[in-house]
Ligand binder design. Sequence first.
Ligand SMILES: NCc1[nH]cc(CCC(=O)O)c1CC(=O)O
Length: 314
Amino acid sequence: MALDLPTPLTPLNIGTRGSPLALAQAHETRERLARAFDLPFEAFTIVVIKTTGDKIIDRPLKDIGGKGLFTREIEDDLLAGKIDIAVHSMKDMPTIQPEGLLLDTYLPREDVRDAFISPRAKGLDDLPAGTVVGTSSLRRRAQLKLQRPDLEVVEFRGNLQTRLMKLEQGVAEATFLAMAGLNRLGMDEVPKTPIEADTMLPAVAQGAIGIERRMNDARIAEMLEAIHDKPTGQRLAAERAFLEALDGSCETPIAGLADLEGSEMHLRGEILRPDGSEALEDAVRCPVEDGAQAGREMAQRLLERAGEGFFDWR
Ligand SMILES: NCc1[nH]cc(CCC(=O)O)c1CC(=O)O
């Protein structure tokens, strides 16, 4: 495919966070673009941007608060033209983007499942009562407590490597990590047990990489079209409509997953009390193109069942 790049060729700047996983995602994006347009890798520069969430690593995310902890600085640079596109884990992205930005290009989705990670146990059932499990995810904490109220949970922040190190040091006996992250980093040696979605429904958009751009940049829009994965787009449209209708932030335990079965979509959703004392689930099948509407309706049904204060700690 021919691409109308200005001559002499100016590199396209790809913005990303600096964690190993974020870098792997940026490199995958660069490879897909280079391949689609038969361009050398040098046509793309990867620009590492440090975000507030990267700078503050000693406090739980929910205590720092505020929207876009891991995205604001990157989006500012995108709006300012310092970068041309930004690569994100869609799981970490708010459902609404700042004025002037669009986030509607997705790479083919990786494994959506969570994995159980422990040097000593194969699965949750093997852990004796009182065992300490580390996680910084409110969803995983609540899902864990629902299944095993007898286990202890400790806050487990930091990137994938940091969390694996904490396991090794014995800060916790087990943790959960996304299969997608482990796969993208090629961490095949980490002993992991994938957990099926029936047992632990993943986060909305887990395993998906999104590429953000300026709304008025037609050249970039055209370019991104070449690497967009439509099925991933259809699944995320439903999952993110569900999340948006729930007003979900990182501070509420919500899970959601859309699977495609031919022309049909199978959409599942779950909301939990933060202490894991209760979970409400719903599921529907609908035509793929109705996914977003189905997501919003599912959110409404769950909110009605939940009633006031469901997400409050008690
Ligand atoms: N919140 C951090 C984060 N954001 C995306 C991933 C994994 C990759 C993905 O889900 O796309 C992770 C780590 C994890 O949950 O284990």
